[in-house]
Design a binder for this molecule. Structure first.
Ligand SMILES: *[C@@H]1O[C@H](CO)[C@@H](O)[C@H](O)[C@H]1NC(C)=O
Ligand SMILES: *[C@@H]1O[C@H](CO)[C@@H](O)[C@H](O)[C@H]1NC(C)=O
Length: 271
């Protein structure tokens, strides 16, 4: 489900008071554009304003510098849509405050502007801008692989191609490992990006307090995509721990023998 995260732009717009009279002003223009949405979804962009006693002359919407929608109450019909590749305005769900776009695609990522103009006598105009990213999310979860190399465990996590690149983070049990490993991004063709991260854990003779350590990675793109890899069990070699493996859900994770990790544990438990 798409959760819209609205960017709130606070404004104290033009505010003019006529001599001895009331205020005729265009104030508090606010633009709500979701920070990120999934490709293919319907998006509602909202531009709110307070004209006080003045009448609305026009409201214009732009992507970048190109206008795609205009509402002028004095015209008939008041609504005009300008053809812009990839922009599908649903006129039945658009009016003098909002515009609804259907089936948005990654090419629509960019700056959105709403320009509000008051009618005579002041013709004040105010414009607000907000950025929206259209996300082409991976259809699958990230892949984790683990390998022992001498005194280290090397774990790799790869997120499938997406736009934009996913961020990868590492967790042991449910604790995020702070500053564990950077996300490296490479080109996957067609404008898509593959993200991966490689984590090195020093093997030491300490035992993790929770005995069984489950390592997994999470790939995230803003708030619209968040998937976890399967978790890999990193357990102590001791026989009593081995029985834990027998109870692990099949498919939930692979057991990885005999590793405990001083350096990592210190950073994971010190908070
Ligand atoms: C992790 O990725 C690196 C770099 O691509 C590769 O050399 C290494 O073999 C990978 N290790 C595992 C366990 O997949
Ligand atoms: C990745 O993380 C950084 C830092 O938290 C954040 O600024 C950025 O928006 C994230 N990118 C995505 C695609 O979620």
């Amino acid at each position: 489900m798409t959760r819209l995260v609205f960017v709130f732009i606070a404004v104290f717009a033009l505010h003019t008071c006529l001599d001895g009279g009331g205020c005729l002003a265009l104030r508090g223009v606010k633009l709500w554009v979701p920070e990120a949405v999934r490709a293919g979804s319907r998006v509602r962009l909202l531009c709110d304003y307070d004209l006080e006693q003045a009448a609305l002359y026009s409201i214009k919407w732009y992507r970048g510098d190109q206008e795609f929608y205009r509402y002028v109450p004095k015209e008939s019909p008041p609504t005009r849509v300008f053809a812009l590749p990839g922009v599908n305005v649903d006129v039945s769900l658009s009016d003098e405050r909002e515009v609804t776009l259907e089936d948005v695609q990654p090419r629509l990522t960019g700056e959105y502007k709403c320009e509000v103009s008051a009618d005579a006598p002041l013709f004040h105009t105010d414009i607000k801008t907000a950025h929206m990213t259209v996300v082409d999310a991976p259809t699958e979860a990230p892949l984790i692989s683990v390998e022992r190399q001498r005194d280290f465990i090397v774990a790799n996590c790869t997120s499938r191609p997406s736009v934009p690149a996913a961020n990868i983070s590492w967790l042991i049990n449910s604790h995020q490992i702070p500053n564990s490993a950077p996300t490296v991004v490479s080109d996957a063709g067609g404008g898509r990006k593959t993200s991966w991260s490689s984590l090195q854990l020093a093997v030491a003779s300490l035992t993790y307090p929770e005995a069984v350590m489950r390592l997994r990675c999470v790939a995230a793109i803003f708030k619209v995509y968040r998937r976890s890899s399967e978790s890999v069990e990193l357990v102590d070699d001791a026989p009593q721990i081995a029985s834990v493996l027998g109870h692990s859900r099949s498919g939930a994770g692979r057991a990885y023998p005999a590793m405990v990790f001083a350096a990592l544990l210190l950073s994971a438990t010190s908070r």
